[in-house]
Design a protein around this ligand. Structure first.
Ligand SMILES: NC(=O)c1ccc[n+]([C@@H]2O[C@H](COP(=O)([O-])OP(=O)(O)OC[C@H]3O[C@@H](n4cnc5c(N)ncnc54)[C@H](O)[C@@H]3O)[C@@H](O)[C@H]2O)c1
Length: 302
């Protein structure tokens, strides 16, 4: 399976991310059998040139590789139970969903046990990256399977990193997003403290962006309007990266901290803080946490 065009691909999960990813595979000359239970998603996939089938199993028959882009780990494992018996021996399964490390490892064990090959390949870059074909893929699995998947992943992404064995792609994703959640909260607390002490946002930015408190959250994604014009703060906190997704990823990170006995106090606290914020503001960008910290400080005077 070395061809970079004309591969037979099964694609399951044609939502915000999966639909444009599948469309890019079709544009690159691959033959895509697609399945999603939602009629509107099926309709869009047909328009994009996919052959839409009426069951998960049908999307896995006679394919070189099968890609899943689903909401959670339970669904991935359920769908694998349908896909694996239907696929030809030695099919390469690539799960691009963001799921628990433990579920990713379990999915790979199931696939390999059924005579197939498996990679976890979660992404960052969001819907815009999926549409533009500029996602970053973080891949876990064997070197030969990574090499086989690379030409296909490069159609959908600008950067593809082999992170290690099964589950280690998911590990890279949740470690990064845990750090991002923690740093966004820390930055937001510092900004609100600065406000109270009479420090303008621009002065804060001018100092901290070149000092030891510097972070990507500040220099590329500043959570207050002004210093970084393209950040969601300048657009009424429209995502961007929605709070619901940050909340999901921090939940996965918290599970991994607990499962592995890590003393991750900030990771667990960040998960708690975003879980609370998610109850009221799931659809806003995750950087809007600064408004929550400001409001709670004004209200509670803590
Ligand atoms: N949206 C983002 O910005 C983003 C960024 C990075 C990673 N992710 C991850 O990518 C994954 C997908 O995210 P999304 O935003 O596209 O979600 P989504 O909810 O828009 O899409 C998921 C799709 O899976 C379909 N589905 C459910 N059960 C199915 C089944 N049995 N067979 C086939 N399809 C089925 C749903 O109908 C839906 O269309 C998630 O794991 C998410 O965490 C999302």
């Amino acid at each position: 399976m070395t061809a970079s065009r004309g591969l037979k691909i099964g694609f399951l999960g044609l939502g915000h991310m999966g639909a444009p990813m599948a469309a890019n595979l079709i544009k690159a000359g691959h033959d895509v059998l697609a399945f999603d239970p939602v009629p509107a998603a099926q309709e869009q996939a047909r328009k994009d040139g996919a052959t839409v089938v009426d069951s998960a199993a049908a999307a896995a028959r006679d394919r070189d590789l099968v890609i899943t882009m689903l909401p959670n780990g339970k669904l991935v494992l359920d769908v694998y139970a349908e896909l694996l018996p239907a696929a030809a021996p030695d099919t390469l399964f690539i799960d691009c969903s963001t799921i628990d490390v433990a579920d990713a490892k379990a999915a790979a064990v199931l696939a390999i046990g059924a005579g197939h090959r498996a990679l976890d390949a979660p992404v960052s870059g969001g819907v815009a990256g999926a549409a533009a074909g500029t996602l970053t893929f973080m891949v876990g699995g064997g070197a030969a399977d990574f090499a086989a998947a690379l030409p296909v992943l490069e159609v959908m992404g600008a950067k593809v990193v082999h992170c290690g064995g099964s589950g280690v792609g998911q590990a890279a994703k949740i470690c990064n997003n845990m750090l991002l959640g923690i740093s966004m909260i820390g930055l937001s607390e510092a900004l609100v403290l600065g406000e109270k002490l009479g420090l303008s946002h621009q002065s804060f930015f001018d100092v901290v962006s070149t000092a030891s408190g510097q972070s990507w959250a500040l220099t590329s994604y500043c959570p207050v309007p002004g210093p970084v014009p393209a950040s969601p703060a300048n657009n009424d906190y429209r995502p961007g990266f929605a709070t619901a997704l940050m909340n999901k990823d921090l939940g996965l990170a918290a599970n991994a901290l607990r499962d592995n006995g890590i003393d991750g106090q900030l990771g667990l606290l960040a998960a708690e803080i975003y879980n609370r914020f998610n109850q009221t503001d799931a659809g806003r960008d995750f950087s809007a946490i600064v408004t929550d910290i400001r409001d709670r400080s004004d209200r509670e005077g803590v």
